[in-house]
Write a protein that binds this ligand. Structure first.
Ligand code: PLP
Length: 432
């Protein structure tokens, strides 16, 4: 691809790329939001916040409603996807997304809840080993979770929370700096819990190296994969990650507030002594309805389940995961790399063309990012963003002035990006 795209033939280039895109037809399987100023489809770049609705979702939810109508409580066993094991319908898809064995994943609860449940098991401070590491500028919910977990153990954050920050003047973390900080904490580090893809900068962390560094000092290591799952290829099993969790509504297109997922490495699959907050859905599935008084944990991630599956909200995620299984992670990543590279070179071209300073906070190395680019338009504020919104661009604004753009390979086109870039160039010329 040319480094600089002349803006005048941007649309032609984009249309040629769409014509050669083997995944172009997938867009028709989603409901694209509409915007009046475009007389049709909006330019949607917030699949990193809420993925679009797969057309199949409505049908699957309707089937569950029908089975509920027909069977009442007997639907637990008689419905086409028996509700008693509904979470199991999602296992193959989640295992594919995570690069995990089926035993290692389960759909349950929501993301922050799962993070807490996993920290209960994998952040076990004892003796001098009391520290919990997160990244500085972590998603607030993750930081709140970390702080309250420390509180649960009577530990103050000043001494026991490590927040690893980029070097002065840099926006993203260097892997060698993370490794060095872990080594420095040494046997005081109990658990390292970073994100997989950082929500603000879009940086993809080297999870294999970070996990190895944590294990070397005897700490556990886990990741919040909210912005990684369905966005970048993951190999949690091979990377030896202890635990991970992610939501179903961002790149996984499961709908607002839908069920989340958890990963627990096979090494921990049969360790009933590992403390957990137990509930009946984590109990030996063959004996669950014997209503036994003592907890007998299921093997694997399933042993962390508490409650019976929220079928209606898992149904849309089920529909969506079928698409990931059909398309495959390799094809998705291939298109994703091309889409983001097109957006990146387009942003540079717009900067050159308009004489404005557009800074991309996300790493330029494609292996160190997912699809998202976080862009700062220096000298422009919320007015530029509002103008783009008025013209039908659905993107995300974060203080103090970052526009996050996530072109999603399942439903975004190269033309979406070209149309956005033309609006961006116009906006830069006309806004302050
Ligand atoms: C989206 C996101 C969340 C949201 O948490 P919920 O429990 O699903 O509301 C938490 N952490 C990260 C890193 C996220 O990206």
């Amino acid at each position: 691809m040319d480094k600089l795209l002349p803006l005048d033939n941007l649309l032609q280039q984009a249309r040629a790329l769409d014509a050669g895109d083997p995944l172009a037809a997938e867009r028709a399987n989603f409901h694209m939001p509409q915007h009046p100023s475009r007389g049709g489809e909006a330019l949607y770049f917030t699949g990193n916040s809420l993925g679009l609705q797969p057309r199949a979702a409505e049908h699957i939810i309707a089937e569950e409603l029908e089975d509920w109508r027909k069977f009442g409580v007997e639907g637990h066993f008689k419905s086409r996807r028996p509700w008693v094991n509904y979470q199991d319908e999602l296992t193959d898809g989640l295992a594919l997304i995570a690069g995990a064995r089926p035993l290692e994943v389960v759909a349950m609860n929501t993301l922050t809840v799962n993070l807490h449940l996993l920290l209960i098991s994998f952040f076990r401070p004892s003796g001098n080993r009391t520290q919990l590491m997160i990244e500085a500028g972590a998603f607030p919910s993750d930081r709140y979770a970390a702080l309250s977990q420390l509180q649960l153990h009577g530990l103050n954050p000043e001494d026991h929370l490590i927040e690893i920050a980029p070097r002065p003047g840099e926006h993203t973390l260097r892997t060698e700096d993370i490794e060095a900080r872990i080594a420095q904490a040494g046997n005081r580090l109990a658990c390292c819990a970073l994100s997989g893809v950082q929500y603000y900068t879009g940086q993809l962390f080297d999870m294999a190296r970070i996990t190895a560094a944590a294990h070397k000092v005897g700490a556990t290591c886990g990741f919040d994969l909210a912005h990684a799952a369905g966005n970048v290829p993951l190999k949690l099993h091979d990377w030896n990650v202890d635990f991970a969790c992610w939501c179903g509504y961002k790149y996984l297109n499961g709908g607002p507030g839908c069920a989340a997922a958890a990963f627990v490495h096979e090494r921990h699959a049969r360790r009933p002594e590992l403390l957990r907050l137990a509930g009946w859905w984590g109990h030996n599935a063959d004996r669950r309805f014997k209503m036994e008084p003592d907890f007998d944990s299921m093997s694997g991630a399933s042993g962390w389940q508490m409650s019976n599956a929220p079928v209606m909200n898992m149904a849309a995620l089920y529909a969506s995961l079928e698409t990931f299984k059909r398309v495959g992670i390799v094809a998705l990543r291939e298109k994703s790399l091309a889409l983001t590279a097109f957006l990146e070179s387009g942003i540079h071209a717009v900067a050159t063309d308009t004489g404005e300073r557009l800074e991309i906070l996300t790493p330029a190395d494609p292996t160190a990012r997912g699809c998202q680019l976080s862009v700062v338009a220096h000298g422009h504020g919320l007015e530029l963003f509002k103008q783009l919104t008025d013209r039908g661009v659905i993107a995300d604004w974060r203080e103090p002035g970052v526009i996050r753009l996530a072109p999603v390979p399942l439903y975004n086109s190269f033309e979406d990006i070209a149309q956005f870039l033309l609006l961006l160039a116009e906006g830069l010329r006309t806004s302050s």
